[in-house]
Design a protein. Structure first.
Length: 129
């Protein structure tokens, strides 16, 4: 099964990708589902997924906030703080990339370069068979 083209996440030059035995049927079907999901094949959809996922992680942190945790202490407090700081930075990066892509679409449209803007939007909106 070839990786779908055009594809914003992977290099789509031809390389043999075979899902035959010894892979079991359920593993093959899972791989087909994974490769057919536009979240894993299109950059804007992938970035939106991670924006939502990172946002949910941070929301969960503040939803479970324990005001006395700093008084009681925990052996993992520093690691937890580093983890959430990292997630916050990743969320910022993803949002910046999404803004860049949106701005790129607008710049291409304003320049009148409809063919490139159309190909970006087609890539974003294409459904994979």
């Amino acid at each position: 099964m070839p990786v779908h083209e055009p594809n914003d996440l992977f290099n789509t030059t031809f390389r043999l990708f075979s899902l035959q035995s010894p892979i079991r049927k359920d593993k093959r079907e899972a791989a087909f589902r994974l490769l057919s999901d536009k979240q894993f094949a299109e950059l804007p959809a992938n970035l939106e997924y991670f924006r939502d996922r990172y946002g949910a992680i941070l929301k969960e942190r503040y939803g479970n906030f324990d005001g006395l945790a700093s008084v009681r202490g925990t052996p993992y407090r520093r690691v937890q703080r580093l983890h959430y700081r990292y997630i916050g930075r990743q969320l910022t990066d993803v949002e910046a990339m999404l803004e860049y892509i949106a701005g790129l679409d607008k710049r291409l449209l304003s320049r009148g370069d409809m063919s490139q803007a159309r190909s970006i939007n087609d890539t974003r909106d294409a459904t994979l068979d």
